[in-house]
Design a protein around this ligand. Structure first.
Ligand code: ZN
Ligand code: MN
Length: 490
């Protein structure tokens, strides 16, 4: 059945850059300090002060824009965006209006809904601006108690605006995950949504399929989404709400002003907020206290060369070089570069990418999650784990025993060979296994007949006996050899 409507989503993402000091003064940007302890005359907007641009912040911004495939402007300037709000002590925000430092980029995401499984999400512009302070309203208590913390005021902020290229709430979530991963790989932001270093607003409308063709609903800006999951849920709710409204009122574009709605995570609904400002309300004008920034071709080339291998390229290389599935490469790359580096050493040394990927995902990541530590604190170096995986790969050790050896290596710091010896595991040769299987086949004609008759499961009886006779044999190998020998009997 054809869907009754198509969803159209564009995102506006604000990301705090990982600098030690603010964008136009020397105050610290560290999160969590007591309110108003990281401020100075510049960032609290005292009269007569002069801002000076933090070159490192601009460099991180350039890095991000290059990684997002944007065109970098050779000349960019600053503008004042005027608005009156208590968290903005100057009454204007230093931002970029008509000459942002970058535009026209894209980020490709993997989307099962898109043709070819990929969708290229256009980036309209990326610009740099300063963050505002934080208002803290005591709304729950019902008192008119609002306080202000200006520690955040002046923190470098990137604003990334996408084209309305996203076609579902899930794609919006995937885009944000991909963007966050990219920014983490670049080392430009920690993208911690809880601490507010990544914030998302979304523009969404739907195109309802009617006999007269698709009819768009008015665009709604959704705010107040505090996690990627909240983004997905808020947008799913909002699309359906717009459809219901369309069915009830038949409202056409233009009849209703553009609306801003806030997501209520507990009630799981969006509610109307103040009407959205038009850019003319902000009375932008050029910032007279800052010099424009000139970026040379050489500088852009240097930045591009410094980007390193980014997530999309890395995934593809892992799939190509180690034969990994898209799922496996995605899990590994999402863990960050150090986990990928660990995997690569493991895969190269043990000689099998898929086996290495399985062990990293199942055993290594489980340990890291349990202990809440990073790969740098993992007790078994990749070279040592590779020795164990090589044994499993060559079938001198079965997977179950492999896990026991692994568990011992984790706690003792022994090598695989040492742990193996300590556990008393003995290597069983191919000849021994074959001899054992031939003996069991000769002694169990009933089982053999069953297997021949198609009851393959019956071979389990032989495997069980083999384990009893020699606990060191690999059950999988016994099973395989028995089935082959029985097949040859026929
Ligand atoms: Zn300051
Ligand atoms: Mn902004």
């Amino acid at each position: 059945m054809e869907k009754p409507y198509e969803i159209v989503i564009g995102l506006e993402v604000h990301v705090q850059l990982l600098t030690r000091s603010k964008l136009f003064c020397g105050c610290s940007t560290e999160f969590g300090a007591p309110p108003n302890t990281q401020t100075c005359p510049v960032c609290i907007g005292m009269p007569g002060v002069l801002p000076v641009m933090n070159r490192h912040a601009f460099e991180l911004a350039l890095k991000t824009a290059c990684a997002l495939n944007c065109e970098i402007a050779p000349f960019t300037k600053w503008d004042r965006k005027n608005y009156y709000y208590p968290d903005l002590p100057k009454n204007y925000q230093i931002s970029q209006y008509d000459l942002p430092f970058s535009r026209n980029g894209y980020l490709e995401i993997r989307s099962p809904e898109a043709e070819g499984g990929r969708r290229r999400i256009g980036i309209i512009r990326v610009h740099l601006e300063e963050d505002a302070g934080k208002s803290m309203h005591d709304e729950k208590a019902g008192r008119a108690d609002s306080r202000i913390d200006l520690n955040r005021a002046g923190t470098p902020l990137l604003e990334i605006v996408t084209r309305p290229d996203l076609r579902s709430p899930t794609e919006a979530k995937v885009f944000l995950q991909e963007l966050k991963l990219l920014l983490n790989y670049l080392g430009v932001s920690d993208c911690n949504m809880q601490e507010g270093s990544l914030r998302v607003d979304a523009n969404i409308n739907i195109r309802v399929n009617t006999p007269d063709g698709p009819v768009p609903t008015p665009i709604v800006e959704v705010k107040n989404m505090n996690s990627f999951r909240a983004v997905e849920r808020a947008l799913a709710y909002e699309a359906e709400r717009q459809y219901q409204e369309f069915l009830q009122t038949g409202k056409r574009l233009g009849e209703v002003p553009k609306q801003t709605r806030g997501w209520d995570d507990e009630a799981e609904v969006t509610r109307p907020q103040r009407t959205k400002e038009e850019s003319s309300d902000y009375r932008y004008f050029p910032e007279p206290d800052l010099v424009p920034v000139v970026v040379t071709e050489a500088e852009i080339a240097r930045i591009r060369a410094s980007l390193g291998e980014l997530p999309a390229a890395l995934r593809e290389r892992l799939e190509r070089s180690y034969g990994l599935t898209a799922y496996d490469s995605d899990v590994l790359v999402s863990q960050g570069r150090p986990v990928v580096d660990y995997f690569e050493v493991l895969a190269q040394r043990c000689g099998e990418g898929k086996l290495a990927a399985n062990w990293v995902q199942q055993e290594v990541l489980r340990y890291l999650n349990e202990k809440q530590v990073g790969i740098e604190s993992f007790p078994i170096p990749a070279e040592r784990l590779a020795e164990l995986l090589a044994m499993i790969r060559e079938r001198t050790l079965d997977t179950r025993r492999g896990r026991e050896v692994f568990a011992r290596m984790l706690t003792t710091g022994e090598t695989a060979t040492e742990a193996l010896a300590a556990l008393g595991f003995v290597d069983v040769s191919d000849e021994e296994i074959h001899a054992l299987c031939r003996k069991l086949i000769a002694e169990n004609p009933k089982t053999v007949a069953d297997v021949k008759a198609g009851k393959i499961k019956a071979v389990g009886g032989l495997v069980g006996q083999a384990k009893k006779i020699n606990p060191h044999v690999d059950p999988a190998k016994v099973r395989e050899v028995c089935l082959r020998l029985i097949g040859e009997l026929a």
